[in-house]
Every structure is written in C-alpha cells, then in structure tokens.
Design a protein around this ligand. Structure first.
Ligand code: NIG
Ligand code: FE
Length: 390
C-alpha cells in the first residue's frame, strides 16, 4: 500500500480537541496529513511532516472530515416535484405522497434503480459526503424491500430496513397484517442486507405507525440482529423520542416537536441516543425549525443529516444543511460542522469516521476556501468536494 503526503492545508479540522486549537473541531493551520491506503497515518503541522511515496499540495485550501450523512432514502424512482410545489402554496405534508414513490419504485427495473442510486451517491460525494446511510422503504413488499437493501449494500455498509415506512394502500384496513409481514417474512428477507432497522413512528399521520406498532417492529428487528433507529416527532409531539430512548436506539431523527420531557429523556440517555436534525425537511415542508440550541444546552448529542428523499427533502447537500442549522436553528458554524461529522458518526455508532486522526478512515473533504466558516458564509456555493487520492 502506498502513502501520500497531503500538504498545503491552510486549515485542517481534525475533529480531535487534543490536536490544534483545543476546540471540538481540533483546528490546525498550515497542516499536513499522511494517508496510508484507506486510513490516516499521520496528522500535524506541515513543517514536521514525514516523507511519503506521493505528494499532493492543496494550495492553502481548508480540509474537513468527509461529511457523514447518517439519514437518507436514496433508493427510489419517480418524481414528486408537483407535491413540493403544492406544499409551497400551503398544502401540508402528511406522508401520503410516499405511495407515489412506492408505485414508481416497484415499477422500476434493478438497473434503473441501481443507476439512480449511483447518481445520487456521486452527487453527494461531489458535495463532500464520504459516508451515507441508505434506507429501504419505497418497496413495501418482501421482494421490493429486499431488493432495495441489496442495491443499497452495493454502495454503503450503512443500510437500514424501513419496511415500516408507511402502511401501504393494500393494507390500509388491516394494519396488523402489515405489521406481521414487516416483523415476519419481510424482516427475514431483509435482515441479511441491513445493519439497522427503522420505523416512521408518527401518530399524526394515518400512514405511519403508532408507538405500540413501532415497538413491535423495533424489537423484532433487534431479535433479528439489527440495531435501532427511529423517525420520530416530525409532524407533531409524539412518542418517537421516548420510544427511541427506552429501547436504546442509536438515533431518533427529525425531533421537530420536542417537549421538555423529550429533551430530558435524550439528555438522560447520556449519548446512547443521538438527536439527528434534518433541517432540509423543515425547509421543504414549511415546518417550524427544531431548537438545536436547547438540545445542546441540555447536553444532548446532536447530528445533522440531509434525509435526502423525494418527499420531504430532495437535497443531497450537507453544506446546505449546515447553513440552515446556523441561520435558523441556533448553532454556530463550528457546532454545525461537528454535528455533520463527529455527531453523525456517533449516530451511526462509528468512531473511524467523522474525524481526521491517526487510524481513522482517510475521508478528506477539501473546500475551495481558506476556512470551514465559508461552508456557511457562502451558502449555495459548491465549495466542498471529497478528495480522490487514487
Ligand atoms: O424522513 N417521514 C418519513 N419519511 C421520509 C419522507 C418520505 C417521503 O415523503 O417520501 C422522511 O421525511
Ligand atoms: Fe427519513
């Protein structure tokens, strides 16, 4: 395996407070990184850098850990732009549009879905994302869910079984039969291709699942060897957060509507359950912004992700999420970057990503800018890109 010295890094966010300026981002200026194969072998001031087989000079640009997008739904076909336009004119979101994506996804060939998925992952990488979690959830039959996860496994190890996304129309008047399918044959077919199980727990939507149904799905997933994540508290105050904490889920995602008891429960989990915020959803559904400051001040671990999906947020851009989180949700730029790197790595229970320290994965994202601050200072400008050393 050959080594590469990446030098000319004007500002490096290592994610390790022990390095650099002592902040959570661990900022170093005039830095260098030695990459050995797929991992980081050395980090420090450029003037102390050891030799390597190859050299790459970044000309003073900033480098940050590759973004960890810990929540996405990339396996889908079809288009829901008209639904988005209607929402901008006042139609509320209730999850009903998911059926449109389910019909288009079921009708697509494997090759079509594989091509759509690859294009979306490439779009993310071109914006600085180096790890992505991908959920099923637009198949909702045994075969279509297993197919989505097989395809997702081709692009990431972070695959999530979301057969409990909504109750499909054909089961609308026999929900308990659908829960039995999800917890039985569908889970058996999907578990070999998945790391995680997730559920859309949302009593405010007739399409989604109640607390009791969600608990059944999550416990069956755990019994099949999967780890837990939850979609909760998106459309109103609901039981998703409490359920996620009760079961020790790695993350509860959305957290748009939180009571004091929800915030206390998350804080009481002492980092077991991360609150993943998805500000692109509030943007694209005209919903109220979650109060990220309140969570941080309570000591809750916070992650940021895109939720990239055809309904509530068709954006693959982590920098856009950083800008929204800073402008609308009370985070500083440093806190937002931390949430989309170390925070979202934690939401995936990974310690080899979301930072650039010796032994971590060599997922470097380069900014066409002198500082990470530009990610938020220059919203909408394509500054971030995953570095290809190959
Ligand atoms: O995370 N809330 C549930 N699921 C997705 C949206 C799915 C869709 O509308 O297609 C979400 O927002
Ligand atoms: Fe989602």
């Amino acid at each position: 395996m050959s080594t590469t010295l990446v030098t000319g890094i004007g500002e490096l966010a290592t994610g390790d407070p022990a390095l650099g300026d002592g902040s959570a981002l661990g900022l170093l200026s005039d830095a260098a990184v030695v990459v050995d194969g797929d991992h980081v072998a050395w980090v420090g001031p450029a003037r102390q850098a050891p030799d390597a087989d190859h050299r790459r000079d970044l000309g003073g640009r900033a480098v940050v850990p590759g973004f960890v997008d810990s929540h996405s739904h990339l396996v889908f076909a079809g288009d829901r732009a008209a639904e988005f336009a209607a929402r901008m004119s006042g139609t509320p979101y209730d999850g009903g549009g998911i059926a449109t994506s389910v019909a288009a996804t079921r009708a697509a060939t494997d090759e079509e879905l594989r091509g759509l998925l690859a294009a979306r992952v490439a779009e993310m990488r071109a914006q600085g994302t180096t790890t992505v979690e991908v959920k099923s959830g637009y198949g909702l039959t045994v075969e279509d869910e297993a197919r989505a996860l097989r395809l997702a496994r081709e692009v990431t190890a972070e695959t999530t079984f979301l057969g409990a996304h909504v109750v499909p129309a054909e089961y609308a008047d026999r929900r308990e039969d659908y829960v039995a399918l999800v917890t039985g044959p569908m889970l058996q077919a999907c578990a070999p291709h998945a790391r995680w199980v997730d559920v859309f727990c949302e009593p405010h939507s007739t399409h989604a699942f109640t607390a009791d149904e969600a608990r059944e799905v999550l416990l069956a997933g755990r019994a099949a060897g999967l780890e837990l994540r939850v979609h909760g508290n998106q459309l109103g105050h609901g039981p998703g957060v409490q359920l996620a904490v009760e079961l020790g889920a790695a993350s509860v995602d959305h957290c748009t509507y939180l009571s004091d008891a929800d915030v206390d429960a998350l804080a009481g989990s002492a980092g077991t359950t991360v609150a993943t915020l998805l500000p692109g959803v509030e943007f694209s559904t005209r919903s109220p912004w979650p109060d990220a400051r309140r969570l941080l001040e309570a000591g809750v671990d916070v992650a940021l992700a895109t939720d990239c999906n055809p309904g509530t947020c068709y954006s693959s851009s982590v920098p856009f999420m950083l800008a929204l989180a800073v402008r609308e949700m009370g985070l500083t730029p440093a806190e937002a970057l931390h949430a989309a790197t170390a925070g979202s790595a934690r939401a995936l229970r990974r310690n080899d990503i979301g930072r650039l320290t010796v032994g971590s994965r060599a997922d470097l994202t380069v900014l066409h800018a002198p500082s990470y601050l530009h990610l938020v200072y220059r919203p909408g400008v394509p500054l971030a890109r995953a570095l290809d050393l190959g």
